[in-house]
Design a protein around this ligand. Structure first.
Ligand code: S3P
Length: 188
């Protein structure tokens, strides 16, 4: 659906490249970048791993929804989300209200390799992270697919190429961008 005047909302599994693609989009468009993990981290004054281990996933999910609720609906920007944000139904409505939802996807092996690289993902600190990851991905893929307006396979693209592909798809989606378009004229 065309949501001119709204944000570009990045969703997808850990390792999809949402944060780095978000930064590329920010540089290309000059729009404000809003990152739900960052907002939650700042609220607690802790890293996401610390929040999970000290307060648990449930508390993290509550804070994640609160962060999403706090985002401005009518101020275009780039919104970067955590991979699990689609799990709560209330979040899905909000994500769609914020703007054009872009799903960054890749094959499972690529996503897992990228996600485990940093060693920072709390949900992968388990005995069998590969299996946990696989189950999470299977459960989430239909949710990402359901709400995405745009879908990009990031497996063989650089972050810059992904950003370019998103902007190009957005242009096509927004044939007649009005003055409220989230893409400034300079970046079109
Ligand atoms: C999570 C993904 C993380 C972070 C948290 C939970 C998930 O964000 O929100 O560790 O449930 O997939 P990234 O997708 O940026 O890794």
């Amino acid at each position: 659906m065309n949501r001119a005047g709204k944000s570009i909302v990045l969703i997808g599994m850990m390792g999809a490249g949402k944060s780095s693609v978000g930064r590329c989009l920010q540089q290309r468009t000059g729009l404000v970048l809003r990152d739900t993990d960052q907002i939650v981290g700042e609220k607690f004054g802790r890293s996401i791993s610390e929040i999970f281990s000290k307060y648990g996933e449930k508390r993290f999910r509550e804070a994640e929804s609160e962060a999403l609720h706090g985002l401005p609906v009518n101020q275009p920007g780039i919104v970067v989300t955590g991979g699990g944000i689609v799990w709560r139904e209330e979040n899905v409505d909000l994500l769609q209200r914020l703007g054009t939802v872009v799903w960054l996807e890749a094959d499972e092996a690529t996503l897992f390799e990228r996600a485990s690289r940093s060693g920072q993902r709390p949900l992968l600190q388990t005995e069998n992270p590969r299996k946990v990851f696989s189950q999470m991905l299977q459960a989430r893929r239909p949710l990402y697919a359901k709400i995405a307006d745009i879908r990009i396979n990031t497996a063989v693209l650089t972050d810059e190429e992904v950003a370019v592909a998103i902007l190009s798809k957005l242009r096509r989606l927004r044939r007649n961008p009005g003055p409220g378009s989230p893409i400034p004229a300079t970046a079109r």
